[in-house]
Design a protein around this ligand. Sequence first.
Ligand SMILES: C[S@@+](CC[C@H](N)C(=O)[O-])C[C@H]1O[C@@H](n2cnc3c(N)ncnc32)[C@H](O)[C@@H]1O
Length: 272
Amino acid sequence: MAGGIFASVYDWIFSTAWVIESKRNNRKVDVYRKMVWPEIRGKVLEVGPGYAESVRHLAHTTASNGAFVVDPGTIHSYTALEPNPFMYGGLQKNAEDNGFCVTYDTKTTDRGPEAGTRSGRDGAVPFAIVRGTLDDPDNIPQAILDEAPYDTVVTSFSLCTARDPAATVRNIVRLLKPGGAHVFIEHVRQPPPGDPRVLEDNGVNAVLWGKIQDWLTPLWSVIGHGCHLNRCTGETILNTEGWASVDYKSTRPVVDLQSRIMPLSFGKAIKA
Ligand SMILES: C[S@@+](CC[C@H](N)C(=O)[O-])C[C@H]1O[C@@H](n2cnc3c(N)ncnc32)[C@H](O)[C@@H]1O
């Protein structure tokens, strides 16, 4: 009971902080998101969508009422698998602002079907909010399995927080169609000096900053809701079985001091 209350308070604190922090993060990372987001299409699952920051860069079109909305020709459905219920308000609002028609999975969330808009404009793309994660292969919500297989699975700054990132990626492979794509952007441990995947080196001392990331991570993960600064997420994806190809780039941006401890990897992995 006390543990449940503590977990809820912890979730609430992070959801409140992320309202501000996500805007700051977007300003730094949107340029890289835009490089890979055009790959997102078809039946889509996003793991850890937070406030749906990802949907702003999906393919959009102009609806008959003049609104600029997500393109139903490119995005057929969107399932948002989010463990933190304090994010659902912002998640629903951002999805609706982008023309989606929102519903909640009543088995995993405490919302009834009336919580979503349900009656969106004609032809609005469905957007289902489901509570959970992909950390445990035996505990994937039924609503996620029922919709599988997916054309695209998206992760955007969520594999840093996954309890088991390797298991999460294995489950992503499992849920994708053959030929489907895991499209991702994640902050990572500094890639080693001379890594050919690094687009912008910016003269960063990767060895030193990698060690700083290792030192900071124990404290950072307590403050940052389980976020790890020192995960080699590109390699985790690369080393997961089941891909036909894995193609990603990394960067060491020098926007601010925080960027030194949050270099990025972004790209796509295609299921065999
Ligand atoms: C840093 S936020 C990123 C949110 C959003 N994807 C974005 O790009 O702004 C991390 C997200 O991962 C979610 N998360 C927490 N635990 C998770 C887990 N075990 N697996 C996947 N996502 C998780 C959080 O609730 C949160 O929405």
